[in-house]
Write a new protein. Structure first.
Length: 279
């Protein structure tokens, strides 16, 4: 599997000269199997650049298929979906999976984002075939890997206002865990996330704050690099990726966060736009 990071920022896009190194787009990561099967984790504003890149291949001709896993429906995780160009090409197909965290279904939530007066075209204007599946906590999903095998996706609820899902994506004996927008519990490890991340090759973890910043942000639904390191150690994860950087953190601040994290967990990297990792 190959991971590519298209948006790594949290809460709101943060473009500008101070965020050039790590990027200002919000949450979006793509995963490719060896046969090229596409799985997208969240559709923040980074999804726009992913879509532009995909239009250089089969998706431009209406011969593309992909799956999209949505951790939750806060704006910084879905705002790029209406600008995801391959979804407007007839012949393409996308299968969307997510939790029903509030009163509406996943389909109703995305329809609402594109409803007047918020957006000029509605969800029905997308030419691709788009299907939705609300997944309960703990239910496994199997996705065709393009080679006659399956990619297995399991989930667990995190700790975030209005709910969030963390995902474990397994293929070829390797696992990637995507745990964004989840707040640690003081004095104990989140047992659900620890079980989900057990022996993962890569743990992508919400590290929005430093421990100092977290003091005034308790209850906001985000965590720190320090807690990510604790979770990675306990779960036996091989590599930790710091993710969902605070919009107030410039490049120097993210770089310093990474440096401090390395002192706790050596195999760690702060996610940046364009980062590619082999699993």
């Amino acid at each position: 599997m190959e991971l590519t990071f298209w948006g790594v920022r949290g809460s709101i896009p943060a473009p500008g000269p101070g965020t050039v190194r790590y990027g200002g787009n919000t949450s979006c990561v793509s995963l490719r199997t060896g046969a090229g099967r596409l799985i997208v984790l969240d559709c923040g504003t980074g999804a726009r650049n992913l879509g532009i890149t995909l239009m250089g291949g089969p998706f431009a001709k209406g011969r593309g298929e992909g799956s999209i896993l949505l951790s939750h429906a806060h704006w910084d995780h879905i705002q790029g979906f209406p600008f995801f160009e391959p979804a407007f090409v007839k012949g393409n197909s996308f299968h969307l999976y997510g939790g029903n965290n509030v009163s509406r279904t996943l389909a109703e939530t995305l329809e609402g984002q594109m409803d007047q007066p918020n957006f000029p075209v509605d969800l029905g204007a997308m030419g691709a075939k788009v299907s939705f599946r609300d997944v309960p906590e703990g239910e496994a999903v199997e996705i065709d890997d393009g080679q006659g095998g399956k990619v297995r996706v399991t989930n667990a609820r995190g700790n975030h206002p209005q709910g969030v899902f963390a995902f474990r994506v397994e293929h070829g004996g390797k696992a990637v865990v995507y745990a964004t927008d989840t707040e640690h519990y003081e004095g104990r490890i989140d047992e659900k996330l620890a079980a989900l991340a057990k022996d993962a090759a890569i743990l992508i973890y919400d590290s929005q704050y430093t421990p100092e910043e977290y003091g005034t942000k308790k209850g906001w639904g985000h965590s720190t690099f320090e807690e990510g390191a604790k979770l990675a150690k306990l779960a036996g994860a091989k590599k930790l990726v710091l993710y969902h950087h605070d919009p107030m953190q410039n490049d120097a601040a993210v770089r310093e966060k990474e440096k401090r994290a390395k002192a706790v967990f050596p195999d760690v990297i702060a996610a940046h736009e364009g980062l590619v990792l082999d699993v």
